[in-house]
Design a protein around this ligand. Sequence first.
Ligand SMILES: [Zn+2]
Length: 107
Amino acid sequence: MIIIKGFPLYKISGITLWPFVLIKSKKVSKVLLNHERIHLRQQLELLILPFYIWYLTEWLYWLVIKKSWWAAYDNISFEKEAYFHESDFDYLQKRKLWGFLKFIGKS
Ligand SMILES: [Zn+2]
């Protein structure tokens, strides 16, 4: 994991593009870092590229359903898992392989 702080991002506080974690702020909160670590794990277990294809496919699916960029983002299974567990700092130790699957399709 390579963290880059103070990265100019528009409307988002951080993004994980394996192996980089780009953070808008110069100061990184524990919760945001944990959120991005969950994304790193998701990306690794899907061998990176399939993660992005899957992520984009879900986002497009939800965009059609919700007709809103942010509502579509909120419904992506990878995001739902990361937001749901971002305050649980032991989550990655106990997480099962493909833990995001539990969050698929739930609006
Ligand atoms: Zn996220």
